[in-house]
Write a protein that binds this ligand. Structure first.
Ligand code: BGC
Length: 455
């Protein structure tokens, strides 16, 4: 059962990554087929994160009345349909509509999958599942780059490949039931009990099953009483909201998706003329992203969140600055500098700026506010993802690659200040301690490692 839940996380992450990355390989073909201005290029690329904002909002609204499972099934179908529609597009507007639907599906899946996990997975492996999610995003991106490299002369095939993970998600979710917690919330107590019994492999009247059902009922009743969204804005909890949303804002404004969505374009602007070399370098970006996410998974609990975040922002600021200087001065070794700079930047991102906001968003909100807190954080992710992707082609046209990367480097410097002043150290601290610290009204960043064991 746990493997099934983990694979839901995995497939949702793959979908997320695949759809971010697939446009990278397709863009030069689309440019050749349709006449595209920089603004139209930004618009078309940004339809995915734009649709995802809608999907995340929709999921937040419908997760209660419709249920987690049906929403995931709907998203999977939409994903297959969107991939098909984009593969047979006959105009740019057609591509945009298809990508908007895909974005919608991804917004729903990327929001419901973590919710599904937090409601079904035992607490002890929740952290690991969060990491699997980020790893799957990077594998999805790499998969999209490889598809772009292999089918380099057919954007239709690249888009059509996206149907595969959609179908896998559909058949995976068909065999799952909804979460016991949702069933309890809908007053379907008997079904909830049956699901718990099945998950634990125990008879329905077993002590553990009854105890777990009672726990869920207690938690659900407490949730109803808490009021949700409004509480997040209360002075005691606001610091958690600021950190949750702020980390995603910085993650996105560090420019990551200018690279993920437009990597071959960035390589072209840095002097790589040959399309196949651009795509090969892009696959290199995808590989470093995956590898460094593994490194992050090993380091996160060992060296602590704050230190890792400093390393990430400092490394990203340096490498982005290096590319900006190289591009601005037209250095004779521009190609080599851009390649090394980009790979260093991806490494710094993947080791910290990528996974940490996801990990921390699942730790910093008190249990009863984790749902609304996670939606606020994930909507922030999509909104700023949209802004970066929409503006990148226009900004490059207006101020050049050096200017744009210079701005992203400054954002990373701001990330250092944000981390120093506001980000707490949550590694080796129990979730209860985090909550108690917040409620005591002490500065969030003063939270420090105290207990050897985490719960
Ligand atoms: C971000 C995505 C990004 C990806 C790159 C994720 O943490 O939220 O927007 O494309 O990392 O690996």
């Amino acid at each position: 059962m746990i493997y099934l839940i983990a694979s839901i996380a995995g497939i949702a992450g793959l979908l997320f990554g695949f759809d971010e990355g697939v446009i990278a390989g397709a863009l030069h073909l689309l440019r050749a087929e349709f006449t595209i201005s920089p603004l139209a290029e930004g618009l078309m690329t940004a339809t995915v994160p734009f649709g995802a904002i809608g999907g995340a909002l929709l999921a937040g609204w419908l997760a209660g009345p419709v249920g987690r499972r049906k929403l995931l099934l709907g998203a999977a179908l939409l994903f297959v349909f969107g991939a098909l529609l984009s593969a047979v597009a006959t105009s740019l507007a057609h591509v945009c509509i298809a990508r908007l639907l895909l974005g919608l599906a991804i917004g729903v899946a990327a929001m419901i999958a973590p919710l599904y996990i937090s409601e079904t997975a035992p607490a002890r492996i929740r952290g690991m599942l969060v990491s699997i999610y980020q790893l799957a995003i990077t594998l999805g991106i790499l998969g999209a780059y490889l598809v772009g490299y292999v089918f380099s002369d057919s954007w239709r095939t690249m888009f059509a490949t996206g149907m595969v993970p959609g179908l896998i998600l559909f058949f995976g979710v068909v065999v799952l039931s909804d979460t016991p917690r949702w069933l309890v919330l809908r007053g379907r107590r008997d079904e909830a009990r049956a699901v718990i019994a099945r998950t634990q492999g125990l008879p329905r009247d077993h002590r553990d099953v009854v105890a777990e059902l009672r726990e869920i009922e207690k938690a659900a009743a407490a949730d109803e009483a808490q009021g949700g969204w409004r509480d997040l804005l209360s002075p005691t909890l606001r610091p958690a909201l600021v950190v949750g949303m702020g980390l995603f804002l910085l993650q996105q404004l560090s420019g990551i998706n200018a690279v993920i969505y437009f990597a071959p374009t960035v390589f072209r602007l840095s002097g790589f003329d040959n399309t196949s070399t651009q795509m090969l370098a892009t696959v290199g970006v995808g590989c470093v992203n995956v590898l460094m996410t593994f490194v992050a998974m090993g380091l996160i609990d060992r060296i602590g969140r704050r230190k890792l975040m400093f390393i990430g922002f400092a490394g990203a600021a340096l490498s982005l600055g290096m590319i900006a200087v190289a591009a601005g001065t037209g250095a004779s070794d521009l190609q080599a500098l851009a390649l090394v700079g980009l790979l260093l930047y991806i490494a710094a991102f993947a080791v910290a700026i990528g996974p940490l906001p996801w990990v921390m968003m699942s730790e910093i909100f008190p249990l009863h506010l984790r749902g609304p807190g996670m939606s606020a954080a994930s909507i922030t992710n999509w909104v700023f993802n949209f802004i970066v992707v929409l503006t990148f082609p226009v900004l490059v046209e207006a101020i050049g690659l050096a200017g744009v990367f210079g701005i992203y480097a400054l954002v990373c410097l701001a990330g250092l200040v944000f981390t120093a002043r506001l980000v707490p150290e949550t590694s080796q601290v129990s979730l209860e301690e985090i909550e108690a610290h917040l409620k005591a009204g002490k500065p969030f960043s003063a939270l420090a490692t105290r207990a050897p064991d985490r719960t």
